[in-house]
Design a protein around this ligand. Structure first.
Ligand SMILES: Cc1cc2nc3c(=O)[nH]c(=O)nc-3n(C[C@H](O)[C@H](O)[C@H](O)COP(=O)(O)OP(=O)(O)OC[C@H]3O[C@@H](n4cnc5c(N)ncnc54)[C@H](O)[C@@H]3O)c2cc1C
Length: 158
């Protein structure tokens, strides 16, 4: 038996976001064409932090249209009821969609704070950053305006 559970609270979706190493950021170019990219990220207090070069297609798109939808998914696990029945196979997952607008982060202090949040997604240690390192990285954040969370699993799986 397959079970779908929708998650309603920020605290529930935060658990999923904090388990992820990568997110996928969907944006829409000026011609209305979708563009989705994998990103590393940081998360703190209802806000997703992203970093990149200052140039490239994504930056041009986000400057024109800052609206994004970001997907996080984790705990992928295949399950099956009958080995020989293709439609009895399924993939358990926990997945989150968040919606918001990209805001570019300016100033060394704010950028350093954002880098620290970013790195905390991956390692527990603290870092110091040289001025050129901070100046050369483009940092942006997405305050979560709306979200949906979903868990899909076989009822025998936790
Ligand atoms: C696991 C993972 C984590 C990543 N984390 C980051 C991150 O934190 N920050 C970051 O800046 N980038 C990250 N990247 C790379 C990111 O997905 C983009 O490739 C990169 O940022 C360049 O995007 P752009 O729009 O500036 O492309 P441009 O350099 O302008 O590229 C031009 C063209 O290349 C193609 N292209 C760009 N990216 C991809 C892609 N990922 N796959 C296939 N084709 C592509 C597109 O067709 C695009 O039109 C990550 C990639 C992976 C797989």
């Amino acid at each position: 038996m397959r079970k779908t559970t929708f998650l309603k609270s920020l605290s529930e979706i935060e658990i999923i976001i904090k388990k992820c190493q990568v997110c996928h950021v969907a944006m829409v170019d000026p011609a209305g064409k979708p563009y989705v990219l994998p990103f590393n990220f940081g998360y703190n207090d209802g806000t997703v932090y992203l970093h990149s070069d200052y140039k490239g297609k994504k930056i041009a798109i986000l400057k024109d249209n800052p609206s994004v939808c970001i997907n996080f998914s984790t705990d992928h696990e295949m399950f099956l009821a009958h080995e020989q029945v293709a439609c009895s196979y399924g993939m358990a997952y926990r997945s989150v969609l968040v919606y918001g607008e990209v805001e570019f982060i300016e100033g060394r202090e704010a950028k350093t704070e954002a880098m620290n949040i970013f790195m905390k997604q991956y390692v527990t240690r603290d870092f110091t950053y040289s001025n050129p390192a901070i100046d050369n990285v483009c940092l942006y954040k997405v305050k979560i305006q709306d979200f949906q969370g979903k868990m899909y699993h076989h009822e025998t799986l936790e």
